[in-house]
Design a protein around this ligand. Structure first.
Ligand code: ADE
Ligand code: ZN
Length: 345
C-alpha cells in the first residue's frame, strides 16, 4: 500500500542539472531571432519548424539543433533565451539550474564568446534577484572535434571562472569515446572545476566506464546504457556517481522505444543516484516537471521515488551548501514521519 499522501510535483523543490541553453530555443523564439538577426533558416512558420522536429537518433537531432542555434547571435539573444528558460522552470519549482553551453558551436560562427557569457550571466543575475533561482554554466567540449579545440574552450572560459560550475563533454557519441579527453579533463580538475560527461546515451556502457575511470567525472550525463554491465552499475551505485537522466529526450531520440520501457526506475531501484532532467526541452516536448509527470505515469513511480529523484537532484547539484540543505529539508518534511528516502512502502 502507498502510505504517502498524493502531492503535486510542482510543490517539490528540485534542481535541473542537464539542460543545453541552445536546446531551450522554443520555435517561436527561433523564428523571432532569425527575423531580428536576419539569419536564413529553412522554416517559414511554426508548423514548418514543428514538422522538422522528428528524430530517429542523436545525430538526426543534432543536425536540426545545430541549424537552429545559428539564429543566436547577440548578447541580447543569450540573455532573453536564458531568462525565458529560468523564468519557465522556476514555475516548476526548480531552485537551481545548471546550464550547458557549447562555446565552439558559437565562436566558430563568429559569435564572440563574451556575447554568450555576458548574456547568460546577466540573465542569471536578474533571475537570482527577481526569482530566487541559482545556478551557473557548464561549458561543454565537442567530442567529435580534436582536443586542441577543447583546450582552447577551457582557456576561453577561464575569465568567467566564477560562473563556471564544471566542464562537460557532449556531441555525437557513437564512435567518439571519452578517452582522448583525459588530459583536457585533468586540466579542468587542476583549475578546481567539477567535471561531467555525456556517456552511455546511445553509446556503449564502456564509454560510461571510461568517463568514470579515465576522466574521473563527478557525474555522468544520461548513462542509461550502464545497465548492460551489472558490475559497472554496482560501482556507480557504490561510488554514488549521479546520472542526469533525460527521459523525454531518450524517447525522442529512440534510445528507448517508449517511456514505459525506460530503465530509470530499475536504475533507481538498483541504488543509483538518478536525477530527472530535460536536456533540450524545446525539442523533446517538456521541461523538468513534464519529465517527472510523464515518467511517473509510464513507470508507476511511487511518491517516495518521486521525492527521492528530486532530492537526488539537490544532492548531485554543484550548489551552495546552505541552499542545498534548506531545500533538502523541505523535501524531508514532505515525507511522512517514519519514512526515510528509499524506505519500502
Ligand atoms: N547536445 C545537446 N543535446 C545533446 C545530447 N542529447 N547528447 C549529446 N550532445 C547534446
Ligand atoms: Zn545533453
Amino acid at each position: 500500500m502507498n502510505a504517502v499522501p498524493w502531492f503535486d510535483i510542482k510543490a517539490v523543490p528540485k534542481a535541473e542539472l542537464h539542460v543545453h541553453v541552445e536546446g531551450t530555443l522554443e520555435p517561436g523564439m527561433l523564428l523571432d531571432f532569425a527575423r531580428r538577426n536576419d539569419v536564413a533558416i529553412p522554416y517559414k512558420s511554426m508548423a514548418d519548424v514543428l514538422a522538422a522536429y522528428r528524430f530517429c537518433d542523436l545525430q538526426s537531432f543534432l543536425e536540426i539543433y545545430w541549424a537552429g542555434l545559428t539564429v543566436l547571435r547577440t548578447e541580447r539573444d543569450f540573455y532573453e533565451l536564458t531568462l525565458a528558460y529560468l523564468s519557465r522552470v522556476r514555475q516548476d519549482n526548480v531552485v537551481h539550474a545548471e546550464i550547458y553551453i557549447t562555446p565552439s558551436d558559437h565562436t566558430e560562427r563568429g559569435v564572440p564568446f563574451e556575447a554568450v557569457m555576458n548574456g547568460i550571466s546577466a540573465a542569471y543575475a536578474d533571475a537570482r534577484s527577481r526569482l530566487d533561482i541559482t545556478g551557473g554554466m557548464i561549458p561543454c567540449v565537442r567530442r567529435h572535434k580534436d582536443v586542441d579545440e577543447a583546450f582552447a574552450a577551457i582557456e576561453m572560459a577561464r575569465p568567467w571562472q566564477g560562473r563556471i560550475l564544471a566542464l562537460g563533454l557532449g556531441g555525437p557519441e557513437k564512435g567518439y569515446p571519452p578517452s582522448p579527453f583525459v588530459d583536457v579533463f585533468a586540466q579542468a580538475r587542476a583549475l578546481g572545476w567539477k567535471t561531467t560527461a555525456h556517456a552511455g546515451e546511445e553509446g556503449p556502457s564502456d564509454y560510461v566506464a571510461e568517463a568514470i575511470d579515465r576522466l574521473h567525472v563527478d557525474r555522468i550525463d544520461h548513462g542509461v546504457q550502464c545497465e548492460a554491465d551489472p558490475e559497472l552499475m554496482r560501482r556507480i551505485a557504490e561510488k554514488d556517481i549521479p546520472l542526469t537522466v533525460c527521459p523525454l529526450s531518450n524517447v525522442a531520440l529512440k534510445v528507448f522505444p517508449s517511456l514505459e520501457e525506460h530503465n530509470l526506475r530499475r536504475l533507481l531501484r538498483a541504488g543509483i543516484c538518478v536525477t530527472i532532467n530535460s536536456d533540450d526541452p524545446a525539442y523533446f516536448g517538456g521541461h523538468v516537471n513534464e519529465n517527472f509527470i510523464r515518467s511517473t505515469e509510464a513507470l508507476s513511480l511511487t511518491e517516495d521515488e518521486q521525492l527521492t529523484l528530486a532530492d537526488n537532484s539537490l544532492r548531485a547539484a554543484f550548489m551552495d551548501e546552505d541552499r542545498r540543505r534548506s531545500n533538502r529539508n523541505v523535501i524531508g518534511e514532505m515525507r511522512p514521519v517514519g519514512l526515510t528516502a528509499g524506505s519500502p512502502q
